[in-house]
Design a protein around this ligand. Structure first.
Ligand SMILES: Nc1ncnc2c1ncn2[C@@H]1O[C@H](COP(=O)(O)OP(=O)(O)OP(=O)(O)O)[C@@H](O)[C@H]1O
Ligand SMILES: [Mg+2]
Length: 326
């Protein structure tokens, strides 16, 4: 069953060109010129119950705008978005009872309240039955290890601590859909890992449908079985992560460590230099045109190789090449 249906969805923002400075502002107030930004441009997709979808794209691609429409914060310019068969902005309350939202950039919790008090407030807002509340809280304490800072006001928590609490808060009422807008932004590897494991478990055990936007492709690689790629408000790719890997799977990335530092390699035919870091270089070649031994011999003629390894393309590599080919 489709839990989310997005049909010909477009969102335009009206902005005004205001000239710089005070006089410009006055002039601007007299003759403001309206301009329109199409943040989302006629997009279509459906999401099934239980899917874990990565929603990716460069800065300004329209990810947050989509999430805001799906959570009822924004009204679309045209087209339709349905979540649980509800139009989110028309049924904000009803929709809110069935969804959870985390915006990594700002907390949904009450700044001056202790975490425990925030949770209690949410319990009454969402009318969560006592037994379910207790069960969920205990579960979240255990796997997110947040029990240590329950009595601390939210404003005093570190970013990673706060994010764990935000996540727990968004799931207290067992929502069917969870929207995550950059939930791992600014977190260290340990916190990221804890959050990833938590999300995986929620998705698998509770069949919570999850839509995740992030700039961290490792999040996507670890979690999402499907990836929707957005570019300037348009969907340029939508499909399973496995299929994406298969289609772009000819690419191989070779990590080579050389004896000495040098600035060569980019001149060698049929290989592309991706990255370099002192004596290490990462190159890409097409596995159907060239074998790894061809590549190694081409390089070894000129340079002394100390160590090397060959990697399958990462989701990050694949998405980069989709962007480059657009
Ligand atoms: N309230 C607004 N008023 C005017 N323009 C807006 C508004 N909100 C977003 N935009 C514009 O819409 C476009 C899409 O913005 P959006 O925040 O959805 O991007 P994003 O994909 O979430 O980017 P990021 O990765 O930087 O978070 C951008 O060009 C942005 O400037
Ligand atoms: Mg955003």
């Amino acid at each position: 069953m489709d839990i989310i249906q997005v049909t010909n969805l477009t969102k335009e923002f009206k902005t005004y060109n205001v000239k710089n400075g005070f006089l410009g502002a006055i002039a601007g107030a007299i003759s403001r010129k309206a301009a329109f930004t199409k943040a989302i441009d006629n997009i279509n997709f459906t999401i099934n119950k239980g899917e874990f979808v990565g929603y990716v794209g460069e800065n300004g691609a329209g990810k947050s705008t989509t999430i805001k429409i799906l959570t009822g914060i924004l009204v679309p310019t045209s087209g339709e978005a349905l979540v649980n068969n509800l139009v989110p902005y028309k049924n904000r309350r009803k929709n809110a009872m069935k969804i959870g939202v985390v915006f990594g950039q700002r907390t949904q919790l009450w700044w001056d309240l202790a975490v425990r008090e925030s949770f209690d407030l949410l319990k009454s807002i969402y009318r969560i039955p006592e037994d379910r509340f207790k069960k969920n809280i205990k579960h979240f304490y255990d796997i997110l290890s947040i029990d240590k800072y329950l009595d601390i006001p939210v404003r005093k928590l570190s970013l990673g601590q706060r994010m764990r609490c935000d996540l727990a808060a968004s799931l207290l009422h067992d929502p069917e859909v969870l929207f995550l807008d950059e939930p791992t932004i600014g977190l260290d590897v340990v916190a990221k890992d804890a959050i990833r494991q938590f999300l995986k478990e929620i998705n698998e055990k509770k069949s919570t449908t999850i839509i995740l936007t992030t700039h961290d492709m490792m999040d996507i690689e670890h979690l999402c079985e499907r990836i929707i790629i957005l570019d300037e408000g348009k969907i340029i790719s939508d499909g399973s992560t496995d299929l994406l890997k298969k289609n772009y799977g000819q690419h191989r990335v070779m990590e080579i460590e050389f004896q000495d530092e040098f600035s060569g390699l980019s001149g060698i035919k049929d290989i592309k230099l991706l990255r370099e870091e002192s004596c290490k270089k990462w190159i890409r070649f097409n596995g159907s045109d060239l074998s790894a031994s061809d590549v190694i011999s081409k390089i070894a003629i000129k340079y002394q190789i100390k160590d090397l390894s060959i990697q399958e393309p990462t989701v990050e590599d694949i998405i980069k090449s989709i962007y480059n080919n657009r």
